[in-house]
Design a protein around this ligand. Structure first.
Ligand code: NAI
Length: 327
């Protein structure tokens, strides 16, 4: 079986870190052959060709072929997995409305192209920011694709939270279970450790509330800015790694002893308005995400979740007002 994987923004820095991981089999497993379909804007095609040459030079046994496109209709034709990485970044002086509108101009047409030509089993992960709302825009332009196939990435935030808790407690990341990122992939996201365990002990018993509030939450939420400050460029390899993790777990299933985080369409669970693409604690089996049910949400968590969900609602209302989705 060969899986068609479309990657947009393939010539960008995440694309450069991502394509080699996909082609090596780390995303879909060592038994699955892949055909890469790289979608770029015309200015990005030459650089994508260079990356394709390097992919060739890796002689990956699982890589069946690479095609490069500059139009979404061809780029998404037959796609089984679509990783929407390319987006319009916020530039100096750009208001939020301008940013949403510019991205609506990308993700609306891409949703239409997915609707028209993607494979019946297509699964979509939006990485390009603002990821949750871009995913909503694409979804709303693809009425024939089941709504739950549109997801946005909060796995990088989840992995960042694992790393912070591991450093704090001295336990390996493999000993940490059931962390959750709630809400939007933005500074309002809420990394929740109240259901997490570290080597079998409740995480909340191992850390002080002052560390949780003053260190853990802001460090995870502002990690992207800290990486830019240190590296002079935004997170790329860790973002690519998180995209690989997200699709791997979606397609092949999460481990039995823990859950992960992904932004998926809300079914109304935990008071998140139905239809918003919000991060939840999730498990996957049989190729579908399920929201972990029945968690008790304390007052502290409730306020944090509500604040991030309010931001998502505002973004949804803003793109509806701009006519980028129906209201
Ligand atoms: P980059 O600027 O290096 O690359 C973006 C690429 O997308 C460029 O090659 C550009 O030509 C291409 N592109 C732009 N519009 C396109 C379109 N309509 N169709 C196809 N390709 C298009 O950016 P980088 O660092 O690779 O990041 C990509 C996105 O991922 C950004 O929006 C960034 O904010 C986001 N991001 C999201 C994270 C998350 O956790 N959800 C983490 C890190 C980055």
């Amino acid at each position: 079986m060969t899986v068609n994987v479309t990657v947009t923004g393939a010539a960008g820095q995440i694309g450069y870190a991502l394509l080699f991981r996909i082609a090596s089999g780390q995303m879909l497993g060592a038994d699955t052959k892949v055909r890469l379909k790289l979608l770029e804007i015309p200015q990005g095609v030459k650089a994508a060709e260079g990356t394709a040459m390097e992919l060739d030079d890796c002689a990956f046994p699982l890589l069946e072929g690479i095609d490069i496109y500059d139009n979404p209709a061809e780029g998404f034709e037959g796609a089984n997995v679509a990783l929407l990485v390319g987006a319009r970044p916020r530039t100096k002086g750009m208001e939020r409305g301008d940013l949403l509108e510019a991205n609506g101009g990308i993700f609306g047409p891409q949703g239409e192209a997915l609707n028209a030509g993607a494979a019946d089993d297509v699964r979509v992960l939006v990485v390009g920011n603002p990821a949750n709302t871009n995913a909503l825009i694409a979804q709303q332009h693809a009425p024939d694709i089941p709504a739950e196939r549109f997801t946005a990435m909060t796995r990088l935030d989840h992995n960042r939270a694992l790393a912070q808790l591991s450093t704090k407690t001295g336990a390996p990341v493999s000993a940490i279970k059931n962390l959750t990122i709630w809400g939007n992939h933005s500074a309002t996201q809420y990394p929740d450790l109240f259901h997490a365990s570290v080597a079998g002990k409740p995480a909340a018993d191992l850390v002080e509330q002052s560390w949780l509030e003053g260190d853990f939450i802001p460090t995870v939420a502002k990690r992207g800015a800290a990486i830019i400050e240190a590296r002079g460029a935004s997170s790329a390899a860790s973002a690519a790694n998180a995209a690989v993790d997200h699709v791997h777990d979606w397609v092949l299933g999460t481990s039995a002893d823990s859950w992960t985080s992904a932004a998926i369409p809300s079914d109304g669970s935990y008071g998140v308005p139905e239809g918003l693409i919000s991060s939840f604690p999730v498990r996957s089996s049989g190729g579908a995400w399920e929201i972990v049910q029945g968690l008790e949400i304390n007052e502290f968590s409730r306020a944090k979740i509500d604040a991030s969900v309010a931001e998502l609602t505002e973004e949804r209302d803003a793109v509806a007002k701009l006519g980028l989705i129906g209201s």
